[in-house]
Design a protein around this ligand. Sequence first.
Ligand code: NIG
Ligand code: FE
Length: 402
Amino acid sequence: PTRSPATPEDAMSSTTVITNIASLVTNDPSLGDGSPLGLIRDAAVVVDGDRIAWTGASDKAPAADNRVDAGGRAVIPGFVDSHSHLVFAGDRTEEFNARMSGRGYTAGGIRTTVAATRAADDAALERNLTHYLAEALRQGTTTFETKSGYGLTVEDEARALRIAAAHTDEVTYLGAHIVPPDHADDPAGYVALVTGEMLDACAPYARWVDVFCEKGAFDGDQARAILTAGKAKGLHPRVHANQLSYGPGVQLAVELDAASADHCTHLTDADVDALANSRTVATLLPGAEFSTRAEWPDARRILDAGVTVALSTDCNPGSSFTSSVPFCIALAVRDMRMTPDEALWSATAGGAAALRRDDVGRLTPGAFADLALLDAPSHVHLAYRPGVPLVSRVWRRGVPVR
Ligand code: NIG
Ligand code: FE
């Protein structure tokens, strides 16, 4: 298949071979050890322009214009962080501090960030976004989704999405994050705005529509109306579901063929069954449980039922202020009882599935050359050595960025 080059440099399409890789995660089960990770030992990768051209045994690697010696370390696909909230201003240090002194988390803190975000100018929002994106990239994230949801007026939501769309294709309209204080007495009016004028202003910038389906945010009927309206405008649904309590979010996500039901902390057996019999991915966000001192999602139960699981940061200033996928992997392994292989798969191929993408999250010929070189002999070290900055080099679209 032909492809158009992403940058003028790519048009020259120089090739690079990375050799001497102790363990290469391809996420192609037909390769290597035949596991879902498609792990190849003593491997090499050839990058051609912005794409992967070849993977295989290091001693069979074809010649290329440039050569990189991985030094007997591990190479993995760049992380696909399919859930973040990075268009915001201000921070919520005091709220976190109070929580760690015993106060509980409620969605009410979102109002603090809404006020700060509305008051910020475009340049400040842009600076903040690029700061956290650079932080994530250094830690191996090469594809990320991000959302609106801290503007909650027609203008503020549309500008959040416009700013986000300059940095990623994976942009989500979350006008239905909470009912803002200015509509406290008229939630129905706010839903009408979210499904009407605000949707019209936001849809051109977004690929996805999301709703926080939760007590204190939007109920099942409101969420269905919002997601259905988004679908009619060409946006595809994803849902903040069952984070703080049991509720209709997961079933609604499955009903509407949402790409992902995110959080999935409080699930009934029927919720797990519904996910298992659907294409909807369960996106687990352990940074949120960590930062709110909440109980962990039961990843073992969800995986054992055959549900596809993604693992993402939920990076936002309230409930999960981490941009680090490696940190989330360590939490998932230690506290949610995922195996290191499952956690790595979920943070790469799982994130891609949650975005319905097959050109990222795997290192197979034709996929984007998004990869991370770890300062470790295998991906298991991401959980084995928590908190250690093991991501030592990163290529995005074939370009070394770290
Ligand atoms: O995914 N759950 C809703 N939204 C965010 C929290 C946002 C905030 O507290 O500012 C979340 O956890
Ligand atoms: Fe979220």
